[in-house]
Design a binder for this molecule. Structure first.
Ligand code: ADP
Ligand code: MG
Length: 332
């Protein structure tokens, strides 16, 4: 496809995040339904060229664990990324709609994410860098795929938002400024798995006043190192879109950074890692999550170990995320 804005009709807004917004669109000539991500960038012409070049890699990715790309184009001042539309949406939306996700299904998510990471690293030497529930998508064929990986360093540099690259799923060593390794993504996977299994972002504590009722009565189940955090992001021309409150124990408001994000980062670095509540979801799942959330990046399980663990004695006995997912999950 040689793509431009005129080629599409917009069908539905799918959501928005730190970097931009995503729209369900139809490519008129071919009839293809796609997800189009629009990212506002602040880059000089030379940088823009480089971004487009780097995004070519996305086009070259061919894995059943990676959302495929139809191409990217510039539409000043934005860059548009056209990708495979995943009709069941992202796992954050799924668990927020139906509640905690069955640990067996989460096992399939773990395997799909790890296989996706392995593909990106082995075939393209790419580290994903943004593993989180909203970047794990699902379709009605029961396929689970990763999207939004860090193909373009130049794009990351020029996204017109100071908060890009900061994530509440960041590993302790990442927060402390270590160079990125695949193991940082394993930490993010561990946090993600707890969030999907328990139905709540695992760091939550005493800072947020809005959301207390959700937690009460469940306090005994939450891991010891949990604190609720209020995350505030800086104002920017696009902050209106993002200022909608998010229900993951973290609230996003416009208007200047508060101490809270620092507080969260401090907890990630200095408090014990979150854990699954013991005895509730099975020993294998607990063990697997603990291995992902080893605080010392050096000692943490690597990709190969995690995949072996997930497949052999860990969270799932099934070979891929491609077996049909829980029918109920897909129907709802
Ligand atoms: P974030 O990942 O931080 O939520 P994004 O801008 O990357 O922000 O995505 C916004 C939302 O759009 C996601 O939460 C997801 O639900 C939806 N989305 C993204 N890509 C796709 C896709 N290829 N197919 C279907 N939905 C998508
Ligand atoms: Mg995303």
């Amino acid at each position: 496809f040689d793509l431009k804005n005129d080629d599409f009709t917009s069908l539905q807004e799918l959501g928005s995040g730190n970097g931009g917004s995503v729209m369900k669109v139809q490519h008129v000539k071919s009839g293809t339904i796609m997800a189009k991500k629009v990212v506002l960038i602040d880059a000089k012409p030379a940088e823009r060229k480089k971004i487009l070049l780097e995004l070519q890699i996305m086009h070259d990715c061919d894995s059943r664990f990676i959302v495929s790309s139809y191409g990217a184009y510039l539409a000043e001042p934005n860059i548009c990324l056209c990708m495979e539309f995943m009709d069941k949406g992202s796992f954050d939306a799924i668990y927020k709609r139906i509640g905690p996700i069955d640990v067996k299904v989460v096992g399939k998510v773990a395997v799909a994410v790890l296989e996706g990471q392995r593909y990106l690293y082995d075939e393209h030497r790419i580290i994903h860098r943004d593993i989180k529930p909203s970047n794990i998508l699902c379709n009605s064929q029961g396929e689970i795929k990763l999207c939004d990986f860090g193909v373009s360093g130049e794009l990351i540099n020029s996204i017109a938002n100071t908060f890009v690259g900061t994530s509440i799923y960041m590993s302790p060593e990442r927060i402390q400024g270590a160079t990125y390794s695949v193991k940082s993504d394993i930490w993010s996977l561990g946090i993600t798995l707890i969030e999907l299994i328990v139905g709540q972002f695992p760091f939550s504590g005493s800072f947020d006043s809005d959301n207390d009722s959700d937690l009460e009565g469940e306090g005994h189940r939450t891991p010891p190192a949990t604190h609720r955090v209020s995350l505030t992001i800086p104002s920017s021309p696009t902050s209106k879109r993002r200022s909608k409150r998010r229900s993951k124990g973290v609230s996003l408001h416009g208007g200047g950074m508060t101490l809270s994000i620092i507080e969260l980062m401090h907890q990630i670095v200095h408090e014990p890692a979150p854990r699954l509540p013991s005895g509730k979801f099975g020993h294998d799942a607990e063990k697997f999550v603990d291995a992902c959330l080893e605080k010392d990046g050096e000692k943490r399980t690597g990709l190969t170990g995690a995949i072996r663990n997930a497949l052999d004695k860990g969270v799932t006995t099934e070979r891929s995320g491609h077996d049909r997912m829980d029918e109920n999950l897909l129907r709802r």
